[in-house]
Design a protein. Structure first.
Length: 221
């Protein structure tokens, strides 16, 4: 966690992002993450930590973050993974998209200048499969399963209504924002392989079953 926080602070300083803050949701980690965040909080004054007493999963981490964010004075918030698969260097692209009026900004691997580096073939195939569900839902983006994404305050209010309990929340967020007629934009990102930590992402049959259930609910109305 320390290397990512240091890298974020470097990007903030070099890219004119003074005043940006970092919210870390510590999802019940027992690997020293909490101590690392505390150490960086002592160095920098713009880091906030929210803790789960035990691991509650990706979707609940989002649902812990969103109400907190809505209590803050902000124009938008950007979500990213903490394992360097999402490059902090891309953050100015999100800012530019919001400045142009976007309310939902997706960091996309599947637009011009986006891509993946050293990502295993099976992950590429399964990512495409997940996005196939997104296309069948008529979602207005190429990469609806990308976790590198940002929302305006209005977007945060919309995704506060999510109900999915795992990584299917990614499709649900985009679906809810589409129904709310929010303005979308995609910016190119390059997804990299995990540098730190152990992934909790599971491409199980149950996940694709939930994708299918979400699709059916969308088709019904």
């Amino acid at each position: 966690m320390t290397p990512l926080l240091e890298r974020l602070e470097d990007v903030f300083a070099s890219q004119g992002l003074a005043g940006w803050r970092i919210l870390c949701v510590n999802d019940g980690s027992h690997d020293g993450t909490k101590d690392e965040i505390e150490g960086e909080q002592g160095r920098f004054g713009n880091i906030v930590r929210l803790d789960h007493a035990q691991n509650r999963g990706f979707a609940q981490a989002i649902r812990t973050a969103v109400p907190f964010l809505l209590q803050q004075t902000l124009d938008f918030a950007i979500f990213m993974d903490a394992d360097f698969t999402h490059d902090p260097e891309h953050l100015p692209r999100f800012r530019q998209a919001f400045a142009k009026g976007a309310e939902v900004v997706i960091g996309s691997r599947y637009v011009a200048h986006g891509g993946m580096v050293n990502v295993a073939l099976w992950r590429r195939v399964l990512s495409r499969a997940g996005n196939l569900f997104g296309r069948m839902m008529g979602l207005p983006v190429h990469d609806a399963t990308s976790g590198y994404r940002g929302f305006s305050r209005r977007g945060l209010e919309v995704i506060a209504g999510t109900k999915e309990e795992d990584f299917s929340i990614q499709l649900e967020e985009v679906l809810l924002c589409k129904r709310a007629k929010l303005r979308f934009a995609e910016v190119p990102i390059t997804l990299k392989v995990r540098e730190v930590g152990i992934s909790k992402f599971s491409y199980s049959f149950a996940l694709f079953r939930r994708y299918g259930a979400l699709l059916l609910r969308n088709l019904r109305g």
